[in-house]
Design a protein around this ligand. Structure first.
Ligand code: DHB
Ligand code: MG
Length: 631
C-alpha cells in the first residue's frame, strides 16, 4: 500500500510540511504548485529535499483550464504544459494532474477534449511524464468522473489516464459502482477526502470543509472498495483543503491523515476480497464492553475532597493498593481509582494538570489485540515499570496525554483488583445511591482538535459518531458529538471548546489541557437515587426555576412529577419515541470537573442536548459564587 498526501493538506512552509509528512509514515507527496512557487529553492533542490525526507513526489498539480480551448488560448496551454513538464523533470516526478476546465472560454465537446489530451500525451511522452485527468465537481462541461473516463478512453493514449477524487464524485452523488467498469491500469492516481454533509456551493465546500476519510459523512469506503475492485494498485493520496488543518499542527494533521488511510483500507480489505493493494494485516475494530475503571491523579488533600464528594454520591472506598498510595472506590459496577502515589505516570499527570482523570480502563475481549490495532493505527503503546507481584496490563497513550488500559472480563487481567489491592474497612456509613455503571465519559478539547479525537476513537473502536450539536454557553459555542457502540455499553462525548471563556474552555485552560471533564453514572431509578443522595448530604447543582416552567410548557407534565424534578434539580428530556432522560448534576469540583447521574427510560439514546445550555449557565453561576480567590 502506497500512501501520499498533498502539501495543501497541512500547515507550514514546504520544508515543515515535508518533515511532518515523512515522520507520519507516508511514502509520497503531491506537490501543490503554489507550495512550490512560494518556496525559495530551485526545482532540483526541492526534489532533493523531498527525497532526503524519504519521500517521492507522487504527483505535481494542478494544471488548469487545458482541454477544449479555442485559439490562441489552445496554443498557449500547450506551451504552458511544456514548461511544466520541464519543471517536473527537474523536480523528479512523472505524473501531472490536469483538472477539468472551468474557463468561460472553454468550448466543450468530448472529442475535442479527447483530441487535446491525446496531443498532449505525445508531448508528455517526449518528457517521460504521464497525464492524469480529473473531473472537478464544478468543471464547466466535465464534472463527473464518468465523462472524464470517456474522454480518457477516447484519447486512447498510453500517457493519458484518469484521476479519481472522492470529493468530486461523492459530493455530486455519482454512484460508486460506476467505477467498477473502469480498467484499473487506466486509473493513474486516487485522491481521497471526506467531508461533512453541508448543503452549500460545491467549490466552497471543497476548498474549506474537506476532512480525512472517516471524519466526515461521505461514503469514502464504498468509493475505495470500487476502486480496489478494478485492480488498482497505485498511490492512495489525501488531498484535503480544510481551514483548520491549514492552521493546525503539521505533525498531528499528518498523523491523523496516515491513521485515516490505514483505517480506511482496513475496512476496504474486510469487505472487498482479492484486492491487489497490500493492506497491513491488523486485528478488527475493538468491541468495548464497558468502562472498567476511571483513575484520578490527585494530591493527598484533593484526594480527600474528591473522596468526600464520592461518598455523598454513595461510593465506598473498598480497597487499597498493596504497595502504592492508590485507593479503589466502588458502587455497582463502577470503579474509581484515586492515585496519590508520589511516583509514576499519575504523579506526572497530577503535576501537569492538577487533580484530573489520568487513566481510563476499558473492558475488551482481547487486550493485546487492542494494543496491536492501536499500534497499526499509529498510537504509542504505554508502559511503565511493573512492581513485584503487579500485572502488566496492556495500555496505550491516548490523545491529550492520558493513558488507556485494556482489561479482559473474566481473564487474568481482571484479577488486578484482588491481586494488587487489599480490602479496607470503609469508614462512615453512606447509603448506596443505586448507581450501576458509567453511562458515558465526557471529554473536552479545543474545537480544532475534535476531528483528531473522533478519528482516534472511531478507528480503534467499533463505534459510530452522532451528528454534531451546538451547545450555547453564555460566552461562546461548544460543539458536541458522541462516539458510541451499537449496544450503548461504550459512550464518549466529545466537547469542542471555541474559547477560554466558555465553561469547557475555562476547564481546558485552568487544567492545562486535561481531558475528562465529567463522568455520567447510570441509575435505574432517579428518584430513589435522589432520596439516597439527600441522606448522604449530597447537594445538587441549582437549576433556574424558569427552566421548569418551560419544561412544563414543552411536555405538559403532571404537576407532582414536575414538582419532584424541580425540588431536586433534575433535568428532563423526552424523544419522539417516548424515550425519557433524567439528569442530575453535582456541583463543580476543582477547575470545573463534575459528575452527572442519568437515567434512561424506553431506549432514550441521546445526551440531553436541549438541557445543556441551562446546565452550563447553572455551573457558571456556581463557579462565580464559589470562586477561590487566586493567591
Ligand atoms: O479546488 C481546486 O481547484 C482543485 C484542484 C485540484 C484538485 O485535484 C482538486 O480536487 C481541486
Ligand atoms: Mg483532486
Amino acid at each position: 500500500m502506497k500512501t501520499a498526501i498533498a502539501t495543501v493538506t497541512i500547515a507550514g512552509d514546504l520544508k515543515e510540511k515535508l518533515e511532518a509528512i515523512s515522520a507520519a509514515g507516508f511514502d509520497g507527496v503531491e506537490i501543490f504548485e503554489n507550495d512550490f512557487l512560494a518556496f525559495d529553492a530551485s526545482p532540483r533542490d526541492v526534489g532533493r529535499m523531498v527525497r532526503d525526507n524519504g519521500l517521492e513526489i507522487s504527483l505535481f498539480q494542478p494544471f488548469r483550464d487545458f482541454e477544449g480551448m479555442p485559439e490562441p488560448q489552445r496554443t498557449r496551454a500547450f506551451e504552458r504544459a511544456q514548461r511544466k513538464f520541464d519543471l517536473m523533470n527537474e523536480l523528479g516526478t512523472d505524473l501531472v494532474l490536469i483538472c477539468s476546465n472551468v474557463s468561460p472560454l472553454a468550448l466543450g465537446g468530448i472529442d475535442r477534449a479527447a483530441d487535446d489530451l491525446a496531443a498532449l500525451g505525445d508531448v508528455a511522452r517526449a518528457h517521460g511524464v504521464r497525464i492524469g485527468y480529473e473531473a472537478l465537481a464544478w468543471g464547466r462541461f466535465i464534472n463527473d468522473h464518468r465523462d472524464a473516463w470517456e474522454i480518457v478512453r477516447r484519447a486512447d493514449h498510453p500517457q493519458v489516464g484518469l484521476i479519481l477524487d472522492t470529493f468530486h464524485s461523492l459530493s455530486r452523488k455519482v454512484p460508486n459502482e460506476s467505477i467498477r467498469s473502469i480498467p484499473g491500469d487506466k486509473i493513474f492516481f486516487v485522491q481521497l477526502a471526506d467531508a461533512p454533509l453541508i448543503d452549500m456551493d460545491l467549490l466552497y465546500w471543497s476548498r474549506h470543509f474537506r476532512n480525512m476519510p472517516g471524519e466526515g459523512d461521505l461514503d469514502v469506503t464504498g468509493f475505495m472498495r470500487a476502486i480496489a475492485a478494478t485492480g488498482y494498485d497505485g498511490v492512495l493520496s489525501l488531498e484535503i483543503f480544510n481551514d483548520q488543518f491549514r492552521g493546525g499542527s503539521p505533525r498531528t494533521i499528518a498523523e491523523d491523515g496516515h491513521r485515516s488511510l490505514v483505517n480506511l483500507m482496513d475496512q476496504v480489505r474486510r469487505t472487498e476480497p482479492d484486492i491487489r493493494i497490500a493492506v497491513p494485516d491488523m486485528p478488527p475494530p475493538v468491541e468495548v464492553e464497558g468502562i472498567a475503571f476511571v483513575e484520578f491523579a490527585a494530591n493527598a488533600r484533593e484526594a480527600q475532597e474528591l473522596g468526600g464528594l464520592l461518598s455523598t454520591l454513595g461510593f465506598r472506598r473498598t480497597r487499597r493498593h498493596v504497595s502504592k498510595s492508590v485507593d479503589l472506590w466502588q458502587q455497582g459496577d463502577i470503579r474509581i481509582v484515586i492515585n496519590t502515589d508520589p511516583k509514576g505516570f499519575a504523579h506526572a499527570s497530577y503535576l501537569t494538570h492538577g487533580t484530573n482523570v489520568c487513566d481510563i480502563g476499558l473492558k475488551v475481549s482481547d487486550a493485546r489485540a487492542t494494543v496491536e490495532r492501536a499500534r497499526a493505527l499509529g498510537a504509542a503503546p504505554f508502559t511503565q515499570p511493573v512492581g513485584p507481584g503487579e500485572l502488566e496490563i496492556p495500555a496505550i497513550r491516548a490523545l491529550g496525554g492520558g493513558v488507556l488500559h485494556f482489561l479482559e472480563e473474566g481473564g487474568p487481567l481482571a484479577q488486578v483488583w484482588d491481586s494488587e489491592f487489599e480490602p479496607v474497612d470503609s469508614e462512615g456509613a453512606v447509603a448506596n445511591a443505586g448507581l450501576t455503571r458509567i453511562d458515558h465519559l465526557a471529554e473536552t478539547m479545543p474545537y480544532e482538535d475534535m476531528l483528531s479525537w473522533l478519528l482516534f476513537n472511531t478507528s480503534l473502536f467499533a463505534t459510530s459518531k452522532t451528528p454534531m450539536v451546538d451547545v450555547v454557553d453564555p460566552a461562546g459555542l461548544v460543539r458536541s458529538r458522541a462516539i458510541e457502540n451499537a449496544s450503548g455499553s461504550f459512550r464518549v462525548t466529545l466537547n469542542g471548546a471555541e474559547n477560554a471563556r466558555t465553561f469547557a474552555g475555562r476547564f481546558l485552560e485552568e487544567s492545562f489541557g486535561s481531558t475528562v471533564q465529567h463522568l455520567a453514572f447510570e441509575t435505574g431509578d432517579m428518584f430513589a437515587t435522589v432520596a439516597a443522595l439527600t441522606r448522604n448530604g449530597f447537594r445538587p447543582l441549582v437549576i433556574s426555576p424558569n427552566y421548569y416552567d418551560d419544561l412544563d410548557a414543552r411536555f405538559g407534565l403532571d404537576e407532582v412529577f414536575l414538582e419532584r424534578l424541580k425540588t431536586f434539580g433534575i433535568l428532563y428530556d423526552r424523544d419522539e419515541r417516548g424515550g425519557e432522560y433524567f439528569q442530575l448534576y453535582s456541583p463543580t469540583y476543582g477547575e470545573g470537573f463534575f459528575f452527572e447521574i442519568v437515567e434512561r427510560r424506553n431506549g432514550y439514546g441521546g445526551y440531553g442536548a436541549a438541557n445543556a445550555q441551562f446546565r452550563i449557565a447553572a455551573q457558571k453561576r456556581h463557579l462565580r459564587h464559589h470562586a477561590v480567590p487566586k493567591s
